[in-house]
Design a protein around this ligand. Structure first.
Ligand code: ADP
Length: 245
């Protein structure tokens, strides 16, 4: 059976100040995979996600989500940005932030009601943040903010999830909590795309991987392409990871 592609990227080139940071990327991400995007600092990983989400305008190429332009598929897509990339100066509680995630499913002018609040509280419980529901988001630690963002993504009930380094600077317990949620999402048939830094955990956490360094080096199932050859091509040094199992 031919698998549907959740995300298709064609000939994507992105530049900042005329300097290309992504070059002619072709990428097909099959529905239902839990995929890591790996590559060195500055490889263009965040830029790839941002251009798929229409936050950055490419100089060439196109992107589609389930065969349609992203603008038509917003409801299908949830995004957890990189920790620290959001300015939390305005006063808002953890619960408010998660409630915002439900807005996409509400009609014009409709306010979130009891059922949205219930969903938001359930999501906060799932990420272990129920006790912090009334805390100002600015007064949470980075890892806690990350969990709240994840809860917000969960209530969006999207089909495709993008997360930019969700494990950055979180403790071991939070990391396990997050990966369990990601695996749950995959079980529910969602497509999850994660910028990930720790190469050692790639085979344990993910089933699909894309190697990126300005160009796409390789993409596919972990078992087939997570190897020293692709790591060396991506990181430019003789990279060896001990892959267990
Ligand atoms: P990664 O996520 O792989 O670390 P990024 O996508 O953040 O890489 O960045 C890719 C390249 O683009 C880097 O060289 C970075 O310095 C540059 N870059 C990122 N954002 C901007 C920006 N807003 N303006 C100019 N250059 C940028």
């Amino acid at each position: 059976m031919k698998q549907k592609n959740a995300v298709t990227v064609d000939d994507l080139t992105v530049a900042y100040n005329y300097k290309p940071v992504l070059w002619d990327i072709d990428l097909k991400i099959p529905e239902g995979v839990l995929m890591a995007i790996v590559g060195p600092n500055g490889a263009g990983k965040s830029t790839l996600i941002k251009s798929i989400l229409g936050i950055i305008e490419p100089i060439a190429g196109s992107v589609s989500v389930f065969g349609k332009p992203y603008e038509k598929q917003r409801k299908e897509v949830a995004y957890v940005p990189q920790k620290g990339s959001v300015d939390w100066d305005f006063p808002t509680t953890a619960l408010d932030v998660v409630m915002m995630g439900t807005y996409g499913s509400l009609g014009w002018i409709k306010r979130p009601g009891k059922s949205e609040k219930k969903q938001a509280l359930e999501a906060l419980e799932k990420v272990g943040m129920l006790a912090f529901q009334n805390r100002q988001i600015s007064q949470l630690s980075g890892g806690q903010q990350q969990r709240v963002f994840l809860a917000r993504a969960l209530v969006q009930n999207a089909s495709v999830y993008f997360m930019d380094e969700p494990f950055q600077g979180v403790d071991a317990t939070t990391e396990i909590a997050i990966i369990n949620i990601l695996k749950e999402l995959r079980k529910a048939g969602k497509t999850v795309i994660v910028v990930h830094h720790d190469l050692q955990t790639v085979p344990e956490y993910f089933d699909w991987v894309t190697f990126l360094n300005v160009k796409k080096i390789a993409t596919g199932p972990i078992k087939e392409i997570f190897n020293d050859d692709n790591l060396t091509k991506t990181y430019g040094i003789n990279y060896k990871v001990s892959v267990q199992g």
